[in-house]
Design a protein around this ligand. Structure first.
Ligand code: FDA
Length: 394
């Protein structure tokens, strides 16, 4: 009774984020009639805040090994077919100036708004209809047709794309909607967990909490994985790129190792030879921020000049500093997680098209799927690649 209109499309894409816009524009430009809907009143909110407002839109070093998934092979096909160069070509076609910051990370010179404007322009080129600021209230599937009620409208299509991302940063409108739809259609979901997220430390690590705000270059390790980047002490624990990266691999109860003296940094035995009268604290203070050097020195408790310590003692300290063990008691959760690891199981989807193997016409793309990239533009590259894969198939 309240449904005043009913319109038909070739495809309905739910979620106007990175993956959804990419998918809708690709399908639209192939002549498909596409409706792109979102409960937010504007598209691409996460794009707008990404990369400190400049959007780290891809990474030149994209390769399947830089993605985490229960099936490490799943992302290969889409990533091979839509590469960072393809997105750069699109960015350049729209005259958006960009630069490589570090480690292959590409950012806009200007603003992330340019990326959203570009994607909306591409959607307009494909005559994609937009329906923002309305909730999906009902979703049904019968006789090969998806019926979606949103706002006061009912729309139908033979294809439905789930592009609603993961629940990280709920205050920006992120939801677990993708998992609800997946479960409704019987698709398995790999337990979602916060990733690229600061780690928290218990009260036994209180000394380090007093270092809040101190950052230093480290190697962070978890199991066999390691990242050499900056770590930052926070009032709750550890953050910074190295920690965010390692958090995606960390599981509750595990330890992480931090190398405070990464290769190329101070060697205590050498320091003893060159500066025998120095104390450990002053050697550390050359290599590390003074407050951190002081905190580590206090914990190690080596008094006196280096000359008074046998080499084997200094080598033991070197090993300790190169693999300082922390046992985080948790993470800062979805509220602070840049992405969600886990999600719709890749077992359920075709890696070529992102279509559900057992539910005809149902697709899932982007962060909603159990594929999570490293920090540094990889997650957007997955959104572009998976969105394109589905957009070509629709
Ligand atoms: P995305 O979250 O972008 O879009 C989902 C859309 O679905 C949203 O528009 C949302 O409103 C909508 N939606 C959700 N629930 C809905 C519902 N129930 N009904 C209707 N619509 C619904 N990555 C990267 O590669 N480089 C970077 O620089 C950054 N920086 C960054 C900073 C911050 C602060 C965050 C939180 C994240 C990043 N990321 C990033 C990660 C990146 O933003 C993320 O991986 C992609 O946006 C995922 O794209 P999707 O399109 O899958 O989801």
């Amino acid at each position: 009774m309240s449904e005043t209109k009913s319109r038909n499309y070739d495809a309905i894409v739910i979620g106007a984020g990175a993956a959804g816009m990419m998918c809708a524009s690709t399908a639209g430009q192939r002549g498909r009639s596409v409706l792109l809907i979102d409960h937010a009143n504007e598209a691409g909110k996460k794009i707008l805040i990404s990369g400190g407002g400049r959007c780290n839109f891809t990474n030149l070093h994209t390769s399947p090994e830089r993605f985490i998934s229960a099936n490490p092979h799943f992302a290969k096909s889409a990533l091979r077919r839509y590469r960072p160069e393809d997105f750069v070509e699109l960015v350049e076609r729209h005259h958006i100036a960009w630069h490589e910051k570090t480690l292959g990370q590409l950012f806009c010179d200007g603003s992330a708004k340019q990326i959203v404007a570009m994607l909306l322009h591409e959607c307009a080129k494909g005559h994609v209809e937009l329906g923002f600021g309305r909730q999906v209230s009902k979703l049904e599937h019968a006789d090969g047709v998806y019926r979606v009620s949103y706002g006061n409208e009912m729309v139908t299509a033979p294809a439905l794309v789930i592009a609603t991302g993961g629940p990280s940063i709920p205050k920006m409108g992120a939801t677990g909607f993708a998992y609800d739809i997946a479960r409704k259609f019987g698709l398995a979901v790999v337990d979602p967990r916060p990733a690229l997220v600061p780690l928290t430390l218990g009260s036994d690590e209180a000394l380090f909490k007093s270092l809040s705000g101190v950052a230093t270059d480290v190697v962070a390790r978890c199991g066999k994985v390691e990242f050499r980047e900056a770590a930052l002490f926070t009032h709750r624990g550890l953050s910074g790129p190295a920690i965010l990266q390692i958090s995606s691999y960390w599981k509750q109860g595990e330890e992480i190792g931090i190398d405070f003296l990464p290769p190329g940094s101070a060697r205590l035995v050498d320091a003893k030879r060159s500066h025998p009268r120095s104390a450990l604290r002053s050697v550390l203070a050359h290599a590390l921020p003074a407050r951190l050097a002081e905190a580590l020195d206090e914990r190690i408790g080596l008094s006196g000049e280096l000359a008074n310590s046998p080499d084997r003692v200094l080598e033991g300290i070197q090993r300790q500093l190169s693999d300082w063990r922390f046992r985080p008691n948790g993470t800062e959760g979805f509220a602070k997680a840049e992405v969600t690891a886990g999600g719709i199981s890749t077992d359920e989807l075709s890696s070529q098209t992102m279509q559900a193997k057992n539910v005809r016409g149902l697709y899932a793309i982007g962060e909603a799927v159990d594929v999570t990239g490293w920090l540094g533009g990889y997650n957007f590259q997955w959104a572009w690649a998976s969105g394109t894969a589905a957009g070509i198939a629709l």
